[in-house]
Ligand binder design. Structure first.
Ligand SMILES: *[C@@H]1O[C@H](CO)[C@@H](O)[C@H](O)[C@H]1NC(C)=O
Ligand SMILES: *[C@@H]1O[C@H](CO)[C@@H](O)[C@H](O)[C@H]1NC(C)=O
Ligand SMILES: *[C@@H]1O[C@H](CO)[C@@H](O)[C@H](O)[C@H]1NC(C)=O
Length: 630
């Protein structure tokens, strides 16, 4: 039996045969102080079965990336999360969740915790600072058996090692925390019989954690996933390839693909996964799922690399599916609604019927929490392709002809923004009032606040087969007529858009319109200053002109009340302003009104911002645990 030393990083380089420990592994978990220095977080000491017992034959942890690549000041540390194979102690998943940040990362930790199957060993340790951002994840950790998770003050150091679905092996906390904090324990190895390693699924699962039902030995997900029910207009999807762009994050990818393949109307043979980097584990996963995949060669870094990657994907589409009526594209971290294919089956034809459209998005540009109500309703506006979109092959050929291999100087290098700027040519997109897709991935470079506000909390339609209303009226002429009529009949609102009763309560379907001043800047572009405040007051997107139809934003205040924000005089609909209604300007707010605006926006943006356990001390925690809590 080999007890060889492994090399770094462990999750990549460890081999199963290097892990043959006899019955237990000595472990030291380290919670890090704020040194910004490299240190090891978990040290596992294997004791060999071949008579060398008690001689640590390998001893290695892993290190946080140096601050050359990982900016502590920016990320403020987090909680390291490691999943071990309980039979071999092999590291099968490792990620640092930036829980020194308040927003978003807690949801990602919860997402991963939910996907650790019973029997796995989980090791959690604070690195520098990780309790500020735990939020709802603390409740889940407590439900899994943590004694301290609900009571950690922001600067606490904490380590917890437990068996998922079983007992705690070690839990330690120091507060206040200054130096490094070591927790020593013995990990008992599981003696449960192994599932047959010759089975590709269990071979994969011995090496990969947080994969959810794929690796659940008690109730494994069926492989391949069973075909879902068809949708009413199944024929509309017949030759439409569904392209999933993917890389190394196979936990995300498995979730994305299983939701996709389970959505009624999904056709497995239409799905093609296109890999940028094609790491072997992703390839193995796709083989398990029995899906078609291919890879495209890409070079470069970050957005520059993505720009080339999507260019290569578009070229692949043109080559491989020249006769397809359309193609649907989504990324590895996009969860689709059960209604995803039903939605596309009812709308794809619009791309051919209306030359003033270039895309159909499953994602709702305007459907934020509180202002998305009706899953039967469609919107149309000027917008980028967004998380789960369809375009025609004609569009793909058209943009391929001008897509440069290198982003030009002064060019936007986000591919979707580039497509919008150079490919849309004034054309619009159709999207649902309530999203049929959710962008759930949380990246290291994600802006945590906007990830939570705009992506994670966006409502998603939870059922399938939703009949859409007035689809045929979404083509330009009838739509334009209806939209103009609706605006003409709308009741004008005046006053402070952040005011408490700005939009009156209604009992019957009612439309309102608010005219704000939107003039041209010196460069000819609209000045969205007033728009920003008006939109933000209503909890709508105000940061860019995405989701507007000719400078009109439609805000669904409730199922009954719809409000149009019309930028005048810039918008062609500006002339519908009755002469007695003055366009709103934020500059004319009194100091008092301005305070109302700022408070309202703050209320939306900070929501329930609350850092828990600020006042916990060692004494109060001891009191609490002793049951004399005050
Ligand atoms: C890490 O950060 C410290 C403090 O900012 C700095 O002195 C040091 O040079 C950095 N190390 C690296 C490898 O960038
Ligand atoms: C997937 O592979 C099958 C078998 O080779 C092929 O018939 C089908 O067209 C492929 N689908 C896609 C979307 O590439
Ligand atoms: C902490 O204590 C201060 C002072 O007693 C109090 O104002 C504050 O509300 C407490 N914070 C929390 C989160 O309990």
């Amino acid at each position: 039996m080999s007890c060889g030393k492994h090399s770094f990083p462990p999750s990549v380089a460890w081999r199963e045969e290097d892990m043959q420990c006899s019955s237990s592994v000595a472990a030291t978990v380290l919670a890090l102080p704020h040194t910004g220095l490299l240190d090891s977080l978990l040290t596992l000491t294997c004791r060999c079965a071949d008579g060398e017992a008690h001689t640590p034959s390998w001893k290695e942890g892993w290190t946080l990336p140096s601050n050359a690549s990982y900016n502590y000041a920016l990320h403020k540390g987090g909680i390291t999360f490691t999943v071990l194979n309980s039979r071999s102690s092999r590291v099968i998943f490792h990620k640092v969740f930036q829980l020194g940040l308040y927003w978003a990362h807690w949801a990602d930790l919860e997402w991963h915790l939910q996907r650790v199957v019973p029997g796995r060993v989980v090791v959690l340790a604070v690195a520098v600072s990780g309790a500020v951002g735990l939020r709802h994840a603390a409740t889940r950790l407590a439900a899994l058996g943590s004694l301290f998770a609900l009571h950690l003050p922001p600067a606490a150091h904490w380590t917890w090692v437990f068996v998922r679905g079983g007992r705690t092996l070690s839990e330690t906390v120091t507060l206040p925390a200054s130096g490094a904090h070591h927790a020593h324990l013995l990990l008992p190895l599981s003696t449960q019989p192994r599932p047959p390693d010759a089975d590709p699924r269990w071979h994969y699962c011995a090496a990969h954690g947080a994969m959810g039902g794929l690796c659940d030995e008690h109730s494994p997900d069926p492989l391949p996933p069973p075909p879902p029910a068809p949708v009413a207009r199944q024929a509309a999807l017949a030759n439409v390839p569904v392209i999933v762009t993917a890389g190394a994050r196979h936990q995300y990818l498995y979730h994305t693909l299983t939701a996709l393949l389970a959505a009624p109307g999904a056709l497995r043979h239409n799905v093609l996964v296109v890999l940028g980097d094609a790491p072997q584990p992703t390839v193995n996963l796709l083989r398990l799922l029995g899906l078609n995949f291919t890879s495209v060669a890409v070079s470069g870094q970050h957005n520059d690399k993505l720009f080339r990657y999507y260019r290569a994907v578009f070229r692949l589409l043109e080559r491989s599916f020249p006769d397809a009526p359309a193609a649907i594209l989504l990324d590895e971290d996009v969860e689709v609604s059960p209604d995803f294919f039903s939605f596309f089956s009812q709308t794809l034809w619009l791309l051919h019927a209306d030359p003033s459209l270039y895309c159909i998005n499953a994602y709702s540009a305007t459907g934020f929490r509180g202002i998305a109500h009706d899953p039967h309703t469609l919107q149309r506006a000027s917008v980028q392709v967004e998380w789960g979109f369809a375009v025609t092959l004609d569009f793909i050929r058209e943009v391929n002809a001008k897509w440069p291999s290198e982003p030009r100087e002064n060019d936007v290098i986000l591919y979707d923004a580039w497509l919008f700027q150079h490919g849309a040519r004034g054309r619009e997109c159709i999207f649902p009032e309530v999203s049929r897709s959710k962008h759930f991935g949380v990246g290291v470079n994600s802006e945590a606040w906007s990830t939570e506000m705009y992506f994670l909390s966006k409502p998603l339609v939870g059922r399938a087969h939703v009949p859409l209303l007035e689809v045929a009226d979404m083509v330009w002429e009838p739509w334009q007529r209806r939209f103009t009529d609706s605006l003409r009949r709308a009741t004008p609102l005046t006053g402070n858009p952040c005011g408490e009763d700005f939009v009156p309560r209604v009992n019957t379907p009612t439309t309102f319109v608010f005219f704000y001043k939107l003039s041209r800047k010196r460069d000819g572009q609209p000045d969205y200053h007033n728009f920003y405040f008006a939109a933000k007051c209503l909890n709508a997107w105000g940061v860019s002109d995405q989701g507007l139809h000719q400078q009109v934003l439609t805000v669904r205040i409730s199922l009954l009340a719809t409000l149009y924000l019309v930028g005048t005089p810039f918008s062609p609909y500006g002339h519908l302003r009755p002469p007695h209604v003055r366009p709103w300007r934020s500059e004319t707010l009194t100091a008092q009104e301005e305070e109302v605006v700022m408070n309202r926006i703050k209320q939306f943006e900070m929501g329930e911002y609350r850092v828990t356990n600020l006042n916990v001390t060692a004494d109060s925690l001891l009191d609490l645990l002793a049951g004399s809590g005050t």
